[in-house]
Design a protein around this ligand. Structure first.
Ligand SMILES: [Zn+2]
Ligand SMILES: [Zn+2]
Length: 345
């Protein structure tokens, strides 16, 4: 089968290869991948900027159909439509035992498309039953392939930092995560949703409006901290989500949140940010990081998607055959696409 592999360490070293169809273990199923999304992580691995262990088939956002199941697998049958998170936790460590398997510390942890587990940029992928979720009937395979991204936002916006009815919520960064956070804030009953981005994000701003953003701030034209303060009688936003991964936005988050407000950090900057942490003490801020997903995030996500409360179709900018992965990576890197789906054949 054809697969997109990171063959070695270093920048680049990604190629289309012909490899064997995976052999499943007793606790695994073989999934025929129908749609698989290109994630920022895949691009970071391409550039050697994220954790991975080569050689490995890339890709972890997907939907597919079970075509074979191991002898120990119950509750799933051939023909079931499924999706899953990327992390295959050890199930034994402190994090796993305290419902934080997203931050598993175990040596045996594997990550689809990155570490000790070939990913979904291929016609078939082997997935352990432990992490599988059935796709509800009302949800299409195409939309379900974006579920992982939604689950990350559900984790951040409902499980880590909770938005309360009537809150003023600021979302920094109009990438897929930011745009989904806008929808999450809307569902939670925010009174006003403010989204920030740069001039190049123009098209993303219109998606944000469609998803329920009330105020859009182009940070190249206006000072976002001032605008938020003006909109809130000098108080600041009740909740700020940083979803851009920019140090400047991170600083703004702490400057625009109200006293005793909440800050959710979803984006990684890859470097230290110059912030005076006294502001957390003096402001009695609730600051939460959010990373990946746990089981409950997926349950909630699949309910929200199948009921239409969260919509992902406007995020899907392009669908390409797997062989055209380079075009897909380029569209994402040049910010010409929010989400590109690859279709293996
Ligand atoms: Zn991802
Ligand atoms: Zn663990």
């Amino acid at each position: 089968m054809k697969a997109i592999m990171k063959t070695d360490r270093g920048p680049g070293n990604v190629e289309l290869r012909d490899i064997e169809v995976p052999k499943i273990k007793p606790d695994e199923v073989l999934v025929e991948v129908k749609f698989t999304g290109i994630c920022g992580t895949d691009i970071h691995i391409y550039h050697d900027l994220a954790f991975y262990t080569p050689p490995v088939v890339l890709g972890h956002e997907y939907s597919g159909v079970i075509v074979e199941k191991g002898s120990d697998v119950d509750g799933f049958e051939k023909g079931d439509c499924v999706t899953s998170p990327a992390t295959i936790p050890c199930g034994q460590c402190l994090m796993c035992r305290t419902n934080r398997a997203n931050r598993c510390l175990g040596e045996e942890k594997r990550i689809l498309g990155a570490h000790k587990a070939n990913g979904t940029f291929a016609k078939y992928v082997a997935v352990p039953k432990m992490i599988l979720h059935k796709i509800p009937e009302k949800l299409s395979l195409q939309e379900a392939s974006v579920a992982e991204l939604v689950a990350c936002v559900v984790r951040a916006a409902f499980e880590r930092v909770s938005v309360e009815p009537g809150d003023v919520v600021a979302v920094l960064g109009p990438g897929p995560m930011g745009l989904l956070t806008v929808q999450a804030a809307r569902i939670a009953g925010a009174k006003q949703i403010i989204l920030t981005g740069v001039s190049a994000d123009k098209e993303r701003f219109s998606v944000a409006k469609e998803f329920g953003a009330d105020v859009i701030i182009d940070v190249e034209k206006e000072n976002p901290v001032e605008v938020v303060k003006n909109l809130t009688e000098g108080l600041g936003a009740d909740v700020v989500f940083e979803a851009s991964g920019s140090s400047a936005a991170r600083k703004q988050a702490f400057e625009m949140v109200r006293r005793c407000g909440k800050v959710g950090l979803l984006g990684l900057t890859g470097k230290p940010t110059d912030i005076n942490l006294d502001s957390i003490v003096e402001g009695e801020l609730d600051v939460k990081g959010s990373w990946g997903t746990v089981w409950t995030s997926w349950k909630r996500t699949l309910n929200l998607l199948s009921s239409g409360l969260i919509r992902v179709s406007p995020l899907i900018s392009a669908k390409l055959p797997l062989e055209k992965w380079q075009d897909g990576f380029k569209l994402m890197e040049e910010r010409k696409a929010l989400k590109v789906l690859l279709i293996p054949s």
